[in-house]
Design a binder for this molecule. Structure first.
Ligand code: FPP
Length: 270
């Protein structure tokens, strides 16, 4: 009886022509009806992917950039409203100098090579993180990309660069405190919306689904405020091997979850 009910409640799947990348072999993917509005991804495992192949870590990051390209295309095609990706944390500066250099180089090339396509696809690029702390060339490239796409209305693509969640909240608190000091707001009147307005993600819906690849099960200071009620999926696949099929499976996993936001469903009340 319960099994039957669960079957009836299971979300319907629709099959779409996924126009997958050649490396995916042209397979069709199954997408659930209920898609998250905002997906966050911690793209982990580039280093291990390279190590397994006897390659330098930089090769892992380059392969990771290819995987990212396809996941962004899929998000756009499948109608996901916002995608936030963790590209470089405030802690990543502590990696060896040549690895930081590789990541910054990839970033620059990414913006040079992808911006036209992203613009054509109507994407809105937003850098979340401390842009002022980026090297000059990268800063110029990301500011230009944001300016160019700011009036678009498609996929909201948030790229976390020089990002830390606690630093983001500290910055928001400083700004709200500034409003209090200016006499605009009483401390006792501060609402969650006042804080949210000062986050990098202002105006976007909260993260519904947070995916981390490579099997690590932590969120590493990524969008702690925005993902407070997110469903978490920890996928063992290393990021460079993460395909749109894997993404579709994680979206199905999301659709199968029952989200209660701290409440109980009516049928659970006895
Ligand atoms: C974590 O893997 C990944 C990163 C620190 C960087 C993620 C960056 C990319 C996927 C490409 C660059 C991004 C853009 C926007 C062009 P890791 O190196 O920590 O892997 P490991 O845990 O296996 O060592």
């Amino acid at each position: 009886m319960l099994q039957k009910l669960a079957q009836l409640l299971r979300p319907k799947r629709k099959y779409i022509d996924a126009r997958v990348a050649p490396r995916d072999g042209g397979a069709r993917v199954a997408l659930p009806e209920k898609l998250p509005r905002h997906v966050g991804i911690i793209m982990d495992g580039n280093g291990r992917w390279a190590l397994e192949r006897g390659l330098p870590r930089s090769a892992g990051h380059a392969a990771g950039t290819e995987a990212l390209r396809d996941i962004i295309r899929a998000s756009d095609e499948w109608g996901i409203f916002a995608l936030s990706i963790y590209a470089f944390s405030t802690e990543n500066w502590a990696r060896p100098r040549d690895e930081v250099g590789t990541l910054m180089g990839l970033l620059l090339r990414y913006f040079e090579s992808e911006i036209d396509e992203l613009f054509r696809k109507n994407a809105v690029i937003r850098i979340i993180g401390d842009i002022d702390g980026l090297p000059e060339k990268q800063r110029t490239a990301v500011l230009r990309a944001m300016e160019r796409t700011k009036d678009n209305a498609g996929l909201r693509l948030n790229i976390a660069l020089n990002y830390g969640g606690r630093a983001e909240i500290r910055r928001a608190v400083e700004r709200v405190a500034g409003r209090c000091a200016a006499g605009e707001l009483q401390p006792s009147e501060i609402t969650e919306a006042d804080v949210e307005r000062e986050l990098y993600t202002a105006g976007l819906p909260p993260v519904d689904l947070l995916i981390r690849t490579s099997g690590e099960k932590r969120t590493s200071n990524f969008l702690p405020w925005q993902a407070a009620y997110a469903e978490m999926v920890f996928n063992p696949i290393l990021w460079p091997d993460y395909t749109r099929e894997a993404f579709a499976r994680d979206l199905s996993e999301f659709a199968s979850r029952s989200r209660r936001f701290g409440k109980v469903h009516a049928e659970e009340v006895s």
